[in-house]
Design a protein around this ligand. Structure first.
Ligand code: HEM
Ligand SMILES: CC(C)=CCC/C(C)=C/CC/C(C)=C/COP(=O)(O)OP(=O)(O)O
Length: 339
């Protein structure tokens, strides 16, 4: 049984690889920590309630969302905003994002039982019952939206609410019906940049704000196509409709990964060039543009390699590069805009 066949086994690829690496983890670790080789805390065998309340919010996705929030606020403001304002912005956005993640898990509590990757979550594993989970989800969303409205006005609050509704009421039910769910999810995952952007004074009609949305939307294709490949059997068996269950060859996933990697490169360079129009420094513009291309290159290369050879090894490399490229691109574009 060669490596690919073993990796293709029905076992969760993370546990197969973890077992092989002699890590012998009892608990399946997060995909990113495993992929990035970053040691994350192994979930305690009997997690406490506060651990479960955090797990319900999809904390690692929310953390990356908050990274995009800081960047978009700084890009809109042309620099750092008042620290207290940034803290309120992160608290409000984090609560609304956590509420969306929790609402998704409430909605999918039954189908999550059918996937190794999600079966250990608080609701499928019955460590939290439905009623308190719903109250917790509602409280996070209402308090978070109220903070955004009270501190920053209608635009950030509306952007958060629109994202919540799109992710929970449109994207989530689409997951078992059509692989186009990924495009809706990409829009939902990208819209939160408008929270930070408008909270820091950016306009809803600014080119820069929508180019930031485009960067996030494009990024999610290589990001998720790698995941959709790694978990393709689990998605198929659980009844989800993803690009890799509709097209098991991986050609569609590969093509979408390449398209997304090219799109994020183009949008990132555009974000580096726009501030230089008309009277910005040519040298800074050129250096920043080269930096954006260099930051996107690893994910572009990984996308081409995954497309040429769709297997778990190439998919893990693509996922790893996606989780490193996004913060790098956001850092370069932020510094360029602030300079
Ligand atoms: C179409 C949109 C997206 C889909 C379908 C998607 C799906 C997923 C899935 C299934 C995982 C694996 C979670 C696990 O290990 O159980 C994951 C991990 C992750 N996602 Fe995404 N994601 C999307 C967009 C985003 C966005 C917008 C962000 C933040 C900007 C993000 C950040 C992350 C991070 C940091 C991880 C690693 C954390 C972990 O291992 O749990 N994702 N994503
Ligand atoms: C401010 C605000 C409302 C932000 C929301 C941001 C947010 C949660 C974006 C979700 C991105 C996304 C599609 C994740 C995958 O969910 P999934 O259901 O495919 O993941 P799963 O299979 O692990 O449950």
């Amino acid at each position: 049984m060669n490596e690919d066949q073993r990796l293709d086994s029905h076992r969760d690829p993370r546990q197969a690889l973890a077992k092989e690496a002699g890590q012998g983890r009892g608990e399946a670790e997060s995909l990113a920590s495993d992929t990035l080789g970053v040691k994350s805390e192994v979930a305690p065998h009997r997690p406490r309630i506060h651990t479960d309340l955090i797990q319900l919010t999809k904390p690692r996705i929310v953390t990356m969302i908050l990274v995009t929030t800081v960047a978009s606020a700084m890009i809109a403001a042309g620099g750092w905003i008042a620290t207290l304002d940034m803290l309120w912005l992160l608290l409000g956005t984090g609560m609304v994002a956590g509420s969306a993640g929790a609402a998704n898990q409430v909605w999918e509590r039954k189908i999550d039982c059918n996937m190794t990757r999600t079966a250990t979550r608080p609701l499928p594993a019955e460590r939290i019952s439905l009623a308190p989970a719903i109250v917790y989800t509602a409280a996070l969303g209402i308090i978070g939206t109220t903070i955004l409205y009270a501190m920053f006005g209608i635009a950030p609050a509306a952007a958060g609410l629109a994202t919540w509704l799109l992710y929970v009421l449109i994207y989530t039910p689409m997951k078992t019906r059509t692989s186009w769910n990924t495009t809706v999810g990409a829009i939902a995952g990208a819209l939160p940049v408008l929270i930070g952007y408008t909270a820091a004074g950016g306009g809803t009609s600014d080119w820069t704000g929508w180019l930031l949305v485009a960067v996030l939307a494009a990024w999610q294709y290589p990001h998720f196509m790698a995941i959709a490949w790694l978990y393709r059997r689990q998605y198929a068996e659980a009844g989800f409709c993803m690009s890799t269950t509709v097209d098991p060859s991986g050609r569609s996933a590969g093509a979408q990964s390449i398209a997304g990697s090219i799109a994020i490169l183009g949008c990132s360079v555009a974000l580096c060039v726009i501030p230089g129009i008309p009277d910005g420094s040519i040298l800074v513009t050129v250096i920043a543009s080269i930096g954006a291309i260099a930051a996107c290159y690893p994910m572009l290369l990984a996308s081409f390699r995954f497309s040429a050879q769709p297997d778990d090894i190439m998919a893990r490399k693509l996922l790893r590069s996606s989780l490193l490229v996004l913060p790098a691109v956001l850092a370069i574009v932020t510094v360029r805009t602030v300079l």
